[in-house]
Design a protein around this ligand. Sequence first.
Ligand code: ZN
Length: 210
Amino acid sequence: MTNKICFLFFSLILLSGCAMNDEPMPVIVSHQSVQPVLPKSPVVKQPSLSFNVPSSWYPPRSLEHGWTAIVIHHSATASGNATMFDKWHRENNHWDGVGYDFVVANGSDSGDGEVEVTFRWKQQRVGAHCGGTPGNWANEKGIGICLVGDFNKTQPSQRQMQSLLRLVRFLKGRYHIGLDRIYGHGTTPGARVTDCPGKNFPMSSFKSKL
Ligand SMILES: [Zn+2]
């Protein structure tokens, strides 16, 4: 055979491959190539589930208010809890109940760092924590949080601050409230003169953690 014929002969053998015998050609299946590449689990955007917080912190959707600020208070008492402040505000201030939306307890009458959700938040009522006067913008638009304690004399407990951080992060995120709209009672625009939430409340370090 000439080189040309020889090349043609071997090419035919190569091309025919396994078809030269009677066995069917094996189908080589690579598992890797067959398995579809699945996208990662899609992130389902559910605002109500996007924060890992107690369900009681979420207001009823049908009543939900457009909050634009957060106002932090102290109780100016060594002890107390939401139920006790509720009684106090009804009897002494003649309000419809406790003025705050949330009370962060200090271990005296409720657990240290326990966040108590008041009727005011559950019913999305206008607050009575900033002056208590009808029409006060901070009551209309601000979420009132009270930490139990007198922070002119003592400091908030670590657990109170941890809970406050978690709560304010949640509220800030849910209502898109900027740092400049998070106030201590006394520095809330339009509020009456007060040293609430006390000279020892660490506002700037708190805000730096938000
Ligand atoms: Zn206050």
